[in-house]
Design a protein around this ligand. Sequence first.
Ligand code: NAP
Length: 280
Amino acid sequence: MKEGRFKVGVVGHPIKHSLSAVMHNAAFRELGIPQSYSAYDVPPTQLKSFIDNCKKDFLGLNVTIPHKVEVIKYLDSVSREANLIGAVNTIKFEGGQAVGYNTDGVGCVKALKAEGVEVKNKRVFVLGSGGAARAIILSCLLEGAKVSNANRSREKAVALREEFRKKTGKTVEVVSYSEFGLRDELLEADILINATSVGMTPNINESPVSFNALRSGLVVMDIVYNPLETKLLRDAKRIGCKTISGVGMLVFQGAESEKIWYGVDPPIKTMTEAVLRELK
Ligand code: NAP
C-alpha cells in the first residue's frame, strides 16, 4: 500500500522499548490507513528542531519520556487538559501549527470503564505524583471522583494538591506513603491505582502496597504493564479484588491519539492483542 503523505510516530529518548509502533501499526492495517508509525530517538538538545521540522510533513506524534513537559514550549498551543496536567503526550500538526494534547488520563479512565468500573463519585486512591499520576488524577477529578494521593516524596503530592486546587477548584487528599497511611486509606477507597514505577521489570517482586493492607472489595489497577501481572495485581487477585493491568491504559491512550489525528474509531481489540503478543 502506498504510504500516506503525512507521517506519524513517537518521539522519546531512548525509544527502543516502546510498544507504540506495533500497537498503532496493527490498528492502521485494520483501518486501512496507508501509513506506518515509526519511533524517533531524539535527545533533548535536538527536540526543538525536530518538532519544527515535523510541521512540514507530519500529521501526528506521540511524545514520551523525557520530553512530555519540555515539548510544550515548542508547540503553538495546547489543549485545556494538557495545560492543566502540564505535559503533552500527543501532538497534531495542522496548517503549519503544532497543537499538544494529553491522552494519558482519559486513557486510564476509559480503560477502567471498559472493565465496567466508573470513577464518578468513587473514592480513587492514586499512588505516585509523577507524570502519569498527574494525568490520571486530573482526569479522575474532572470525571467527578473523590481523589486521594500518596507519594514517596510527600512534598510532590502536596505541591500537586495545591496546583490542582488553584487550577480546578477541586481538592486531592494527601495521604502518608507509610504502611499505616496506605492501610487506613485503603479501608475507605473504592479504587486503587498504582501510578508509581514500583513492580516494573526487573523489580518484579516489589509491590507499593503490603499484602495485609489490601481488602477484597477493592478494584486494583496497576498502570505498570511490564510485567503484565505485577506483584500488586497478583496479591490483589489472591484476596479476590477485581484487577486491571496497565495494558488497557496503554491501548486507550493510543486510541485517543488516533482519534485526534484521524477522527477514527480505533480497533481496541486488535490494538490490545498486538500489545499482548509483544509483551508475552
Ligand atoms: P515519573 O514521572 O518518573 O514518576 C515516577 C513515580 O514513581 C513517582 O511518583 C516516584 O516517586 C515513584 N517511585 C519511583 N520509584 C519508587 C520507589 N522505589 N518507591 C516509591 N515510589 C517510587 O514516571 P511516570 O511517567 O509517571 O511513570 C510511572 C510508571 O507508569 C512507569 O512504570 C511507566 O512505565 C508507567 N506508565 C504506564 C502507562 C500506561 O499507559 N500503562 C503510561 C504512562 C506511564 P518520587 O516522586 O518520590 O520519586
